[in-house]
Design a protein around this ligand. Structure first.
Ligand SMILES: C[S@@+](CC[C@H](N)C(=O)[O-])C[C@H]1O[C@@H](n2cnc3c(N)ncnc32)[C@H](O)[C@@H]1O
Ligand SMILES: [Zn+2]
Length: 368
């Protein structure tokens, strides 16, 4: 949205763009949702926007949320820091703006909330982020990963290299991507006796946004690691099984060879009470995507109730089981009328999440 001449309005701040400083207007939606999450986190937060670019994220987080007590904007680029400082002054937002490498800064400073918004994968920054929280009882880590293709299995070797995990290139690859990223975060934080648990997960276009709640404690960290496992998937009939150790070589339904991916995080991807608070905050803000955000957050709350691993895509079901493609409403109704829970998933508009067992799904959708 245009502001005064040469300015851009986003959320409740105005910024000026600067040459050689990155700004993607398409990420406004992500910043809206992330700002709601910062507010819903509560407490009094010292916040680091560690890859600030124009400063838009950190500035919005502070301006839109009373619980952000202090803000540091940081970037390795001198152009970005100058730009962010100017944007902070223009919005009369008190903060420090520092030109430094994020890893170097995190070695000697700690914050309650760390925002990492890199180009591509956040994996190279996780170790220093984890170290920075080692003296804290609790905290928050917010990550953007724009290497969705890698996490979704387009480049197996790159996923192994960045995340130490084997990906899956199938219909629920976006959820799998979030679970690979979460697994990597859990394993990066556990050696520092920190439990990292996903509080919020968004898959949108080419990126993932995940926010983790961090808690100090050796036994908590062990509990987190115990939530890691592997997922087995049958490309013949879409059967999937998620367990701490993969044990199936062949599909129990069609005898096809199983594909195995992981390690992945098997626990919940959202804290529903946090998402409820985000929903409430969204209703009090004038974001231009407010209606879309409301639908998104409500879907997340519903899909979290069903839980489980992965979802079923209506097009893939029709292709594999021989039936016609059911409409979303019809598919949900068929499952519900058989006594199962069924909901949309925010990960994919043509997919459903259900607690129906695989063999019942095959029966319900075959040849209809
Ligand atoms: C995707 S952009 C950030 C966008 C910004 N957060 C926004 O919402 O518009 C990534 C930024 O990270 C900065 N960056 C890259 N490596 C860095 C490092 N090691 N330490 C600090 N900043 C870094 C880049 O200069 C760039 O401004
Ligand atoms: Zn099978």
């Amino acid at each position: 949205m245009a502001g005064k001449k040469g300015q851009i309005r986003e959320g409740s701040v105005f910024i000026r763009l600067c040459s050689r400083v990155f700004y993607n207007p398409e990420m406004e939606f992500c910043r809206d949702v992330s700002s709601l999450c910062v507010g819903a986190a509560g407490g009094k937060l010292s916040l680091l926007d560690a890859m600030c670019g124009t400063g838009i994220r950190g500035l919005r987080y502070k301006k839109e949320n009373e619980n952000v007590a202090s803000l540091v904007l940081l970037d390795i680029s001198g152009h970005a820091v100058k730009c962010a400082r100017r944007n902070a002054a223009m919005n009369k937002i008190r903060c420090r703006a520092i030109q430094k490498d994020v890893c170097e800064h995190l070695q000697t400073h700690s914050f309650d909330f760390v925002e990492l918004d890199p180009f591509g994968s956040p994996a190279p920054y996780l170790y220093d982020a984890a170290r920075s929280f080692r003296e804290k009882k609790c905290g928050w880590l917010s990550l953007t990963a724009t290497d969705m293709a890698v996490l979704c299995g387009a480049h197996h070797a790159a996923c192994l290299k960045n995340y130490g995990a084997v990906p899956l290139d199938n219909e629920f690859c976006h959820e799998n991507a979030a679970r690979i990223l979460a697994g990597k975060v859990v394993l990066s934080f556990s050696p520092f006796n920190l439990l990292a648990s996903p509080a919020f997960t968004l898959s949108h276009r080419h990126y993932l946004k995940m926010v983790f709640r961090l808690q100090q404690g050796a036994s908590l960290a062990v509990d987190g690691v115990k939530k890691l496992g592997f997922v087995s998937y049958c490309p013949g009939c879409c059967f999937r099984q998620a367990k701490r150790l993969a044990s199936l070589e062949r599909c129990p339904h069609c005898n096809h060879l199983m594909q195995i991916a992981g390690p992945v995080y098997l626990g919940e991807l959202w804290e529903s009470p946090l998402v409820e608070r985000m929903l409430e905050k969204n209703s009090q803000r004038n974001y231009k995507s407010a209606a879309k955000i409301e639908r998104l957050l409500k879907t997340m709350i519903e899909e979290n109730k069903i839980g489980g691993y992965g979802y079923y895509d209506l097009h893939v079901i029709a292709k594999k089981f021989g039936g016609r493609i059911a409409s979303m409403e019809e598919a949900l109704e068929r499952l519900r009328s058989e006594g199962f829970e069924a909901q949309r998933t925010h990960f994919r508009p043509t997919a459903i999440r259900t607690n129906a067992p695989h063999e019942r799904i095959v029966e319900i959708f075959s040849n209809k």
